[in-house]
Design a protein around this ligand. Sequence first.
Ligand code: PEP
Ligand code: MG
Length: 870
Amino acid sequence: KKYIYDFSEGSADMRTLLGGKGANLAQMWKIGLPVPPGFIITTEACHKYWEEKDFISSIWSDVEAAVARVEELAGKKFGSSQNPLLVSVRSGAPVSMPGMMDTILNLGLNDDTVAALAKSAGDERFAYDSYRRFIQMFSDVVLEVDLDKFEERLAQARENAGVKEDYKIPAEELKKLVVDYKKIVEEAGHTFPSDPWVQLRLAIDAVFRSWNTPRAITYRKINNIPAEYGTAVNIVTMVFGNLGDDCGTGVCFTRSPSNGENKLFGEYLINAQGEDVVAGIRTPVPIASLEAAMPEVYKEFHRIAKLLETHYRDAQDIEFTVERGKLYILQTRNGKRTASAAVRIAMDMLHEGLIDAETAVSRVAPEQVEQLLHPQIDPKAKRNVIVKGLPASPGAAVGRVVFDADEAAERGGKGEAVILVRPETTPDDIHGLFAAQGVLTSHGGMTSHAAVVARGLGKPCVSGAESVKIDLAGGTFTVGGVTVKKDDFLTLDGTNGDVILGKMELIEPQFDENFRELLEDADKISNLQVWANADTPEDARRARSFGAKGIGLCRTEHMFMAAERLPVMQEMVVSTTTEERVAQLKKLEVMQEEDFLGIFEAMEGLPVTVRLLDPPLHEFLPKIPELTKALEGLAPESAEAKKINATIARARELHEQNPMLGFRGCRLGMIFPEIYEMQARAIFNAACKLTKKGVRVIPDIMIPLVGTQEEMKRMRKLVDEIGAAVIKENGVALEYMVGTMIELPRAAMVADQLAEYAQFFSFGTNDLTQTTFGYSRDDAEGKFLGQYVEMGVFEENPFARLDRDGVGALMEIAVGKGRSVRPEIQLGICGEHGGNPSSIAFCNKLGLNYVSCSPFRVPVARLSAALAAL
Ligand code: PEP
Ligand code: MG
């Protein structure tokens, strides 16, 4: 079995086997770009490594042969004391996991080869600096020796030499440093291996091992990356960016990963190695100044960057090194980007003719789109800006200052809003980043770890705020004379880099032109329409502005919850005779009509599905203990006490052991028809009034929780009778439909019987999931469903992602039976699943007409519907 591929043997489409980095290196080799020679050990080898003891021995002769081929190409020899070949050993999974796994540079150095390197480079300082870096990295990654000791000794070396920067430490001092570094390794109970072949073997082992470190596992969990992927190992000839001032290293995005602007966007350091740029220790220089520093190199880099972008038809994230004026490309990959950058890059590339509309739509992940709907700081509010850092990941975040990732994870996990403040973040801080609202770092550029990870998570991040002095032990930071303590409120604006003292108000975001256009393209591709669940004119307007093509669910009970209406509703519920009830309903009818006027007007020309009252009536009454408390101190014979006692008696009567399976939904309309009649009258009167004014209204009246044909038949008759009367009274023409929700397994099974009377079906998958599984939608999550997901019983909570096997099967039956009786029947979904990408894909498969979700999810759903159709 072949476990090793030279760059010349691979290509971009082999990323499962070669990992993303390896596949792209091979592809670049293929198209003739300046990539240093190297080879890849496959992800299949990684699996074998975890399965078989001493697997590396079994492929060792192949590794030796591959090294020999690289020696040939590089014109150097591994372990030679004349002309030594040095390599980097780097991980590379099929999907990028920035900073999560291990890398070793300068491998192959020892006391002999370092002298040869010094001679061939004509630079002793450089050679010993590489050597000490190698010992440090190797000891950290492979031997797992604590890095602090090395850092302390390095600081000592700077002090001895009287310099501030590492690259100014002279050769003599570095030689001493190397000797001491080896002592540190020995004190930790290891011998530093001098044989390059031993080094190589241990390094390969360490990269495979790093696939299962806790931080890699956490990262995979957060990003839904399967553990089965494994990592490849890339072994690449070293080129040096730290040989002097005609050398350098950097990373560059072909377009801005923050806002998508079409210009090179990156950073580099002169006389440095790659780790210096990403580690966030030295803050790098913007790429634009490379043009002045190294005009030829810049020109060449610019050419290659554009070429790679055209080749991959996507924005690239490129790592490069300049060795003595010669440019090398060390890596390219599709650049990670924020949602707004993703949208802009997709639309720009569409307009540039690089990609078609289908591709543009597929370049933006539905989950990511929610980021665009994240709140922003009110532009009119005054900002107390204490410092400006780099705008590393856009959006606004407000929270209390926390300096420790563990603490951020704990408090953030409990739902508290915290801002993580760190000198820089390392991959070990990922759990804290995940749970925080946003991140502030004092070091590091736009491509530092914190920035990359924050952008991936959609968390606002301000990085490289260099003047912030953090006192981790004291739990404070100071900047410009202001001291901010742990737990103080801080606001970050990741879009412009502002760090603001205090708690700013956030406001709803606006759609930009690119996003609007992208979603319009998505709509053209989709089979499904996207409607919204909205109960108020304000929600309806928002839904419409987000592109909803109708209202799939207006829950009328919410209209009775408002402070001034609840007492009337309560009077209605407490009524024991029909006359009393009708008297209260008359008052409610006036209010309902107002509500419908507002919603119908906001949705002019689009369908509005109004659902008649659904919850059990006792939900509108105060709890009995509250009522009993209100009785205290009242004279028993007072009118007030009598009223409360009557309410208590009624609440007792209405009490149910299982209210979700109780007296609710159309059962209310069956037993108290006057309630539904009132609602129907309010709907028809509002619709007729607007029709007279020339506003087009399309009302659809929806009956909840229907389980039998008789219920549907009677409720349809009730609505039609009111409708006919009101329409006649008003003397207008008005078309409407009466339909049902499908929320009970029985409803699905007798859908053909229901369709004789129902003109549309809307799947209420919240209740349908509840009733199919027999899981209470209110209690299950906290009690056992969360654990079920952890235990692997479910991949995801079935109340969030539709259960295709059970609930989905019932839906399929209902669709078939419904259409068999009424071929043109309108079909939709209005449970929470209507905004979930996987569930939308399923609805697309079923051939529904629309999905309906909360207004804020409308854009996510529009995009998901398009992706489902592609
Ligand atoms: C449903 O059950 O899916 C539904 C939309 O109705 P509600 O959530 O109001 O019960
Ligand atoms: Mg329901």
